[in-house]
Ligand binder design. Structure first.
Ligand code: NAP
Length: 245
């Protein structure tokens, strides 16, 4: 057996969740430009954009969506997964009900496990692969300006899960990493409305600007590809230096 990772040096099949918007859409588009065959998952089906309907919180929906992936790729396993589907809901801790907490955790934490596992079952059969989850700067830092206890905790769960999956799945040739974006200009970002709040956010970012979805996508594709063949169990910040400040 080759000592090199089984992830192919020539890009092949990539599944991107959350492919209808923001970072997921940018990752799917950039991957196609670079020659990957890409299938997207999102709440809303979009055949023209290669997006299969999938509610990532629901085991049956994830199972059905991956059955469609199998159909399209005629049983060939994905080489990589970039799992971007997620939600951010502004809500301070004292206003967080059990229901609100569970809703965010179901999407960001449970969804990560369900989608990663569906991909990994196929990658194990296919001889290996790469799973990239999306964390956030919020996993490691409290946010006084726009607090969301459930969101931060859900991303803490994503980071722990990343390390656990890297250890559990490493023997199958599957790498697992996470990208932790800072403030990225996508539909999820809510700071743009109020100019005062926006200035405050910029002051906390050493780069003094928001990141773009494509800047995060580039790092996701590095992790998906053989360029990162010996990188596993790590969290890469893409935040203009914010987590260092
Ligand atoms: P986005 O533009 O809102 O895209 C998220 C996508 O996930 C949307 O297409 C959304 O569909 C989909 N989605 C939500 N719930 C889903 C579900 N139950 N099943 C399937 N799909 C679902 O967000 P983004 O900015 O690209 O964020 C992507 C990832 O990066 C998220 O995990 C986010 O937490 C993380 N992140 C983003 C930032 C940032 O500043 N943007 C910072 C740190 C981390 P609908 O639009 O139909 O709801």
């Amino acid at each position: 057996m080759s000592l090199m990772s089984t992830v192919p040096s020539v890009p092949r099949r990539l599944v991107v969740s959350g492919a209808g918007s923001g970072i997921g859409r940018a990752t799917a588009e950039l991957a196609r430009e670079r020659g990957w065959s890409v299938l997207g998952l999102d709440l809303a089906e979009d055949r023209r954009a290669g997006i299969i309907a999938c509610d990532i919180t629901d085991e049956g929906s994830v199972r059905d969506a991956f059955a469609r992936v199998d159909e399209v790729w005629e049983g060939a396993a994905p080489d990589a997964l970039t799992h971007c589907a997620g939600v951010y809901r502004f809500r301070p801790a004292l206003e967080t009900t059990a229901e609100a907490w569970d809703a965010v955790l179901a999407i960001n934490a449970r969804g990560s496990l369900l989608v990663a596992s569906a991909a990994a079952r196929r990658m194990r059969e296919g001889g290996g692969g790469s799973v990239t989850l999306l964390s956030s700067i919020g996993a490691a830092r409290g946010d006084a300006g726009e607090p969301s206890a459930a969101y931060s905790a859900s991303k803490g769960a994503v980071e722990s899960l990343t390390r656990q999956l890297a250890v559990e799945w490493g023997p199958y040739g599957i790498r697992c990493n996470a990208v932790a974006p800072g403030v990225i200009d996508t539909p999820m970002t809510t700071v743009s409305g109020d100019p005062g709040a926006f200035e405050q956010v910029l002051r906390r970012i050493p780069a003094r600007r928001l990141g773009t979805a494509e800047e995060v996508a580039r790092v996701c594709l590095f992790l998906a590809s053989a360029e990162s063949a010996y990188v596993s169990g790590t969290i890469i910040a893409v935040d203009g230096g914010q987590s260092a400040s």
